[in-house]
Design a protein around this ligand. Structure first.
Ligand code: F6R
Length: 356
C-alpha cells in the first residue's frame, strides 16, 4: 500500500474519515462558539463537584478536560465510564453531565437516570437520541451539536464543549485565547501531515509505516495521559489494530520490571512516548530513565513532542497527529477506518439480552 496513492486511499475510506480528521480544528472553534450561546442556570456554577458520564469516544472529552484543568479547578472532576454513579453523588452540590454522541448509550443513560433520582444538577451533551429527549422532558440544559460522524471523530465537540462549559460556569479561567492559539498550532502541523504531503516529508505517514505489524503502546504523563488513551483508542477503532496505553509516573512502579519478557512480544512493541516541554521536572527525569530501560531491553521507542506553547496546544496537536497516524495505519492495514462493526455487534447483542 502506497500512502501517496490518493485514489487507493479514497477507495479504502468511502465515508471520508480523512475529511473528519481534517475538520478537527474547525470543530473546536464551532464547539467553543456553541457554548458561548448556551443559557445556563447561575446555580450550576456554584456546584462543588462535577461528574462527567460517557463511554468511549464520548468519555475521552471528560478525561482530557480533567487532565487539563486539574491544577487550577478548585473542585473535583470525576469521569464515570459505566452504569452506576458513586453513592456520594447526591444533591444539588453535584453537577452531572451526561455525554453521549448518539444519546443512546446504555451505560450513560443508566448513570444519568440514577443522577436524576438523586436531586443533582444535570446537563446533557449530545446530538440527540434518548438523552436529548430526557433532557427536554425534564427541562434540563442541553448542549446539542449537529455533526454527522462517528462519535470518536466528534472529539473536537465532546472536549471543547466541556471546556467552554467550564469556562462559562467560572469553574476554570476563560480559555478562549488559548484555545484559538492551539487550533492554529493544529492547523500549522496539519499542513505537514495531511494526505497531500508525500510520505518522505510526512512524519505521520512515516510513523504509521513503522507501526505495521507492531503493537503500539502509547505512554503519556500529566495532561498527556488522556492523550495516550486517545492514541490507543484511535488505533483500535480507526486502524482496527491492537494497542495499549500507559501513564507515567505509574508505569515506573510496575511496567518497567516486565519490559523484557516474553521476548517475542517485546520485539514487536513500539512505545510511543508522548512528550510535553511542560512535563513536571521529575517526570522529565523519569522519561530519560524509562527510555534508557527500554533501550536496554531493545524495545523500539518513538518520541513525539506536543507543539505550541500551552498544555492545551500540546494536547490538541498530539491528538491531531495521532488521529492522522491511526488513519494512515488503517490504510496500511487495508481496512476502512470508519465502521466499528464489532461495537455495533456488541450493542445489538446487549439489546437482545435485555429483552430476553
Ligand atoms: C465510535 C466510538 C465509540 C462510542 C461509544 C459510545 O466511534 O468512538 O467509542 O463513542 O460506543 O457511544 P456514544 O458516543 O454514542 O455514547
Amino acid at each position: 500500500m502506497n500512502l501517496d496513492q490518493h485514489a487507493r486511499l479514497d477507495q479504502l475510506d468511502p465515508d471520508g474519515m480523512i475529511e473528519r480528521i481534517g475538520e478537527l480544528p474547525q470543530h473546536c472553534r464551532s464547539a467553543w462558539a456553541l457554548t458561548q450561546e448556551l443559557e445556563l442556570p447561575p446555580a450550576y456554577g456554584a456546584v462543588r463537584h462535577v461528574v462527567v458520564l460517557g463511554m468511549g469516544g464520548s468519555a475521552i472529552g471528560g478525561a482530557l478536560l480533567r487532565g487539563l484543568v486539574a491544577g487550577e479547578c478548585d473542585i473535583p472532576i470525576t469521569v464515570v465510564r459505566g452504569y452506576t454513579l458513586p453513592q456520594f453523588v447526591q444533591g444539588p452540590e453535584h453537577l452531572v453531565i451526561g455525554c453521549s454522541y448518539s444519546g443512546n448509550t446504555e451505560e450513560t443513560l443508566s448513570a444519568f437516570g440514577e443522577a436524576l433520582g438523586r436531586g443533582v444538577r444535570a446537563l446533557a451533551v449530545t446530538t440527540g437520541g434518548a438523552l436529548a429527549a430526557l433532557a427536554d422532558e425534564k427541562g434540563l440544559p442541553l448542549l446539542r451539536f449537529d455533526y454527522r460522524s462517528q462519535p470518536r471523530a466528534a472529539l473536537g465537540y465532546s472536549f471543547t464543549l466541556l471546556l467552554g462549559l467550564f469556562s462559562r460556569l467560572g469553574l476554570v479561567r476563560d480559555y478562549a485565547a488559548e484555545l484559538h492559539a492551539a487550533v492554529r498550532v493544529m492547523e500549522q502541523w496539519q499542513a505537514e501531515i495531511g494526505p497531500q504531503v508525500p510520505r518522505a516529508q510526512n512524519a505521520a505517514k512515516s510513523l504509521a509505516t513503522r507501526l505495521v505489524d507492531r503493537l503500539p503502546v502509547a505512554y503519556g504523563a500529566g495532561v498527556l495521559a488522556a492523550v495516550a488513551n486517545r492514541w490507543k483508542t484511535q488505533f483500535n477503532e480507526n486502524s482496527k489494530h491492537w494497542a495499549f496505553f500507559e501513564v507515567l509516573p505509574e508505569l515506573n512502579h510496575n511496567s518497567v520490571v516486565g519490559l523484557g519478557i516474553p521476548g517475542g512480544v517485546r520485539d514487536r512493541i513500539s512505545v510511543l512516548a508522548l512528550r510535553s516541554s511542560l512535563d513536571d521536572p521529575r517526570v522529565r527525569v523519569r522519561w530519560d530513565v524509562t527510555q534508557e530501560l527500554l533501550g536496554r531491553e531493545g524495545v523500539a521507542v518513538e518520541t513525539l513532542w506536543g507543539r505550541g506553547d500551552s498544555a492545551l496546544a500540546h494536547m490538541l496537536s498530539l491528538i491531531h497527529f495521532g488521529d492522522y497516524v491511526s488513519f494512515y495505519l488503517a490504510m496500511l492495514n487495508g481496512v476502512d477506518p470508519t465502521p466499528v462493526e464489532t461495537i455495533a455487534f456488541l450493542k445489538r447483542r446487549l439489546a437482545e439480552a435485555s429483552t430476553a
